[in-house]
Design a protein around this ligand. Structure first.
Ligand code: SAH
Length: 347
C-alpha cells in the first residue's frame, strides 16, 4: 500500500520499523492529509534522515497537473492530472453559492459501458488508490488556495466497482485528523450495482447516494446501460429503499435526457409512477453530446415539460445547472482528447 493510503496505525508500523518513535506517525499524517505537503522536504519537524529514507522507500502519491482549463463564464476549472504510473485522470472544480465542490474520478477508465458516456469508451484501465482519490482534492486545494467544501464522486469510473478503496478514501477524507469534510457534503454516484449499494447502506455513513437511472423501465434502460442486464429497476428500488431506511438519507436519481430516446412524456409519466412517494430527488441532466455517439440533448421545452410532469407527482426535481460550458468536454472527453493527442505525437 502506498504511504498516502495508510491509516495512522499503519504509518506507526512503518515508522517503528524504521526505529522512530510512534508519535511521528501523527506528524507525518498531518503533513500529508491536513497541510497537504507535496514533498517530504516541507516536513520540517521530521528529522532530515527520516525524510530522506521515506522519500526513497515510500514516495508520496502526488498528482501532477497536466492541463487546467478555467471557464471565463463561471470560474469552473477542469483539471487533467498525471498519476505516478503515467495514466491521466480528470477532475472538476466548481464554485457554488454554498461552497466549492470537486468532482473526482474513482477509476482510470470504466467498464460499465453506458452508451452515452465518453469515460467508458477505452474500457477500464485500473482502479484508483485511496491516495489518488484524495490526491485530486489535495492538488486542487493547493492550486486554488481555497478549501473544498463538497465532494462528488461522479467523474470517470464506477465508484462501487472500486468499493474497498472508495471506503478507505471516504473514511480518510471525513476523518477529523484529515481534511475533515462533512459526510453530509459528499455524494457517491453509481450506475446501480445493487449488492454494493446495500453494503454501502450498512456502513451507515451520512453521505448521499446518487443512482444513475436514465430510464423508467428495464427495456429502455438495457439499450443505454449494460448494467441493466445484471440488475433490474425493481432490485434497484429495493436497494434504494433499504439505503433510505438504513441511513435516513434522501437518495438522488440522476436522469440524463437524450432527445427522442428517454425524454418523452410517456417516460416522464412512467418515471413519476416509479418514484412517487419515495424520499428522493431527481437531477435532470441534458445529455452532453459525445463525439463518438450520435445522441442529441433534449430540447429545453421538453426538459421543462419532463420536470413539470415529475413535479406533478410531488417529486422534487432539479435541472443540473450547466457550468463551464465554454470549456466543455463531457465526462471523460478531456482525458480521451489528451490520450489521442499523446498517441499521435508518440508522447
Ligand atoms: N459510474 C457512476 C459515476 C460516474 S458518471 C454512475 O454511473 O453514476 C456520473 C453521471 O454522469 C452519471 O449519472 C452518468 O450516467 C452521467 N453521464 C455520463 N456521461 C454523460 C453524458 N455524456 N451526458 C450526461 N450525463 C452523463
Amino acid at each position: 500500500m502506498d504511504i498516502m493510503s495508510m491509516s495512522i496505525e499503519e504509518l506507526g508500523r512503518v515508522l517503528t520499523d524504521a526505529g522512530q518513535p510512534a508519535f511521528r506517525a501523527k506528524q507525518l499524517y498531518e503533513w500529508m492529509h491536513v497541510r497537504l505537503a507535496a514533498s517530504y522536504d516541507e516536513m520540517m519537524n521530521l528529522p532530515k534522515a527520516l525524510r530522506e529514507k521515506l522519500a526513497a522507500e515510500h514516495p508520496l502519491t502526488v498528482l501532477s497537473k497536466v492541463v487546467m482549463m478555467e471557464s471565463k463564464e463561471d470560474g469552473t476549472r477542469k483539471y487533467l492530472f498525471r498519476l505516478v504510473d503515467g495514466n491521466v485522470i480528470e477532475s472538476v472544480w466548481m464554485k457554488y453559492h454554498h461552497g466549492n465542490s470537486v468532482c473526482i474520478s474513482s477509476q482510470v477508465g470504466c467498464r460499465m459501458g453506458c452508451s452515452f458516456c465518453a469515460s467508458t469508451i477505452g474500457g477500464l484501465v485500473r482502479n484508483l488508490e485511496p491516495s489518488e482519490m484524495l490526491g485530486q482534492i489535495y492538488a486542487i486545494t493547493r492550486d486554488t488556495g481555497e478549501r473544498v467544501d463538497n465532494v462528488v464522486v461522479m467523474g470517470t469510473g464506477e465508484p462501487l466497482d472500486n468499493y474497498d478503496n472508495l471506503l478507505i478514501f471516504l473514511r480518510m477524507l471525513t476523518d477529523e485528523k484529515g481534511l475533515h469534510i462533512s459526510q453530509r457534503n459528499i455524494t457517491v454516484s453509481t450506475c446501480g450495482l445493487v449488492p454494493k449499494l446495500r453494503e454501502l447502506a450498512d456502513e451507515k455513513l451520512a453521505i448521499t447516494a446518487a443512482v444513475s437511472l436514465h430510464a423508467p423501465n428495464d427495456e429502455l434502460r438495457k439499450t443505454l446501460m449494460p448494467v441493466a442486464n445484471a440488475y433490474s429497476i425493481a432490485e434497484i428500488m429495493e436497494a434504494v429503499d433499504y439505503y433510505i431506511e438504513t441511513t435516513g438519507r434522501r437518495v438522488t436519481f440522476e436522469y440524463s435526457l437524450i432527445d427522442g430516446v428517454n425524454d418523452t412524456p410517456a417516460c416522464a409519466g412512467e418515471l413519476g409512477r416509479l418514484l412517487r412517494g419515495r424520499n428522493c430527488h431527481v437531477n435532470l441532466i441534458p445529455v452532453n453530446p459525445v463525439k463518438e455517439r450520435n445522441y442529441r440533448r433534449s430540447l429545453v421545452k421538453n426538459v421543462l415539460q419532463f420536470q413539470k410532469m415529475l413535479e406533478n407527482e410531488g417529486i422534487n426535481v432539479t435541472i443540473r445547472r450547466e457550468l463551464g460550458s465554454d470549456i466543455d468536454a463531457a465526462c471523460g472527453q478531456l482525458r480521451r482528447h489528451y490520450e489521442s493527442l499523446a498517441g499521435a505525437e508518440g508522447v
